[in-house]
Design a protein around this ligand. Structure first.
Ligand code: PMP
Length: 295
């Protein structure tokens, strides 16, 4: 069992609580219905990486759900920095959550009078550390990525069952991560990361219209690749394209950049993390050390 960390300070609606006392109501619609939005943010070397971009996306997700965040963009940035500071962290993974708040047992969001803002600054290890050097095996899974016309995958909501089902299928197949396809069979993304392939020296990633989250790491990798003169495009990709890629990797705030070396039993390229992937990993890590909002 996990032991409590009495020294941890968790932000809830403007106040700090210890891990033991940081609690939400069982009537919060975030719990009852997954009605809410969140961000996973990272701090490196005393700076919060891409803070503005994460808070922007939180507001976009909330806007799509008609969820009024009870703090301004600037207040949320400040509260995030303060929470990291209160926990005396220089390197951290920060979970920022806005729930619909306390309401009745019915699902009508109008019964919830005030959304709640929660900020947790801790640590994360999404994948086993040794996989970063070796590269990861992944599989495509039966669960199809949410349709835009149902729950739009661009909304980073508290309802992650689409991704969790895919994760369970990947785990059942004995691997750490899934590739999700959309209802047309095109590659969409991983369960918590975006996917890239390298072919003949160029970089490809599925378009956001294929059902991917507007990944902030994805955007950073595209920027880094373009800066070093790589051609980047966003066509629809099929499983065939993945199988015949020279290199493949997934990207996310938590995962960072993870090389992929096997997909559905097909070896990708040399079966080892490729040279362009390694270059991007090095450039990404270098950038995280020097840029961001000071804590
Ligand atoms: N796709 C999904 C479904 C995600 O949840 C995430 C974030 N964990 C990503 C992609 C990667 O996005 P980002 O690079 O902004 O963390």
């Amino acid at each position: 069992m996990r032991t409590f960390m009495p020294s941890m300070r968790i932000f809830i609606d403007g106040k700090f609580y210890s891990e033991r006392d940081a609690k939400v109501s069982v009537f919060d619609h975030g719990l009852l219905y997954g009605d809410g939005v969140f961000e996973g943010i990272r701090a490196y070397n005393g700076r919060v990486f891409k803070l503005k971009e994460h808070i922007d996306r939180l507001f976009y997700s909330a806007h799509a759900l008609l969820l009024d965040i009870p703090m301004t963009h600037a207040e949320l940035c400040r509260a995030t920095v303060e929470t990291i500071r209160a926990n005396k962290l220089k390197d951290s993974y920060i979970r920022l959550i806005v729930t619909r708040g306390v309401g009745t047992l019915g699902l009508n969001p109008r019964s919830c009078k005030k959304p709640s803002v929660i900020i947790i600054a801790g640590k994360i290890q999404v994948y086993p550390p040794e996989l970063y050097a070796r590269g990861m095996d992944i599989v495509t899974v039966p669960t199809v990525r949410n349709l835009h016309s149902a729950v739009n995958p661009a909304i980073k909501s508290l309802n992650y069952l689409n991704n969790i089902l895919a994760k369970i299928e990947a785990n059942n197949a004995g691997v750490e991560e899934a590739v999700m396809l959309n209802s047309e069979g095109y590659v969409s993304e991983g369960t918590a990361d975006n996917l890239f392939i390298v072919k003949k020296g160029a970089l490809f990633t599925p378009p956001l219209s294929a059902g991917a989250l507007y990944g902030i790491t994805r955007a950073t990798v595209i920027e880094l690749a373009e800066l070093s003169g790589l051609k980047v495009s966003e066509p629809n990709l099929t499983r065939y394209d993945l199988f015949n890629a020279d290199e493949c990797f997934v990207t996310g705030t938590g995962a960072e950049i993870m090389p992929v070396v096997k997909i559905d039993g097909r070896t990708v390229g040399s079966g080892k993390p490729g040279p362009l992937t390694k270059k991007l990993v090095a450039e990404y890590h270098a950038l995280t050390q020097v840029s961001g909002e000071p804590i």
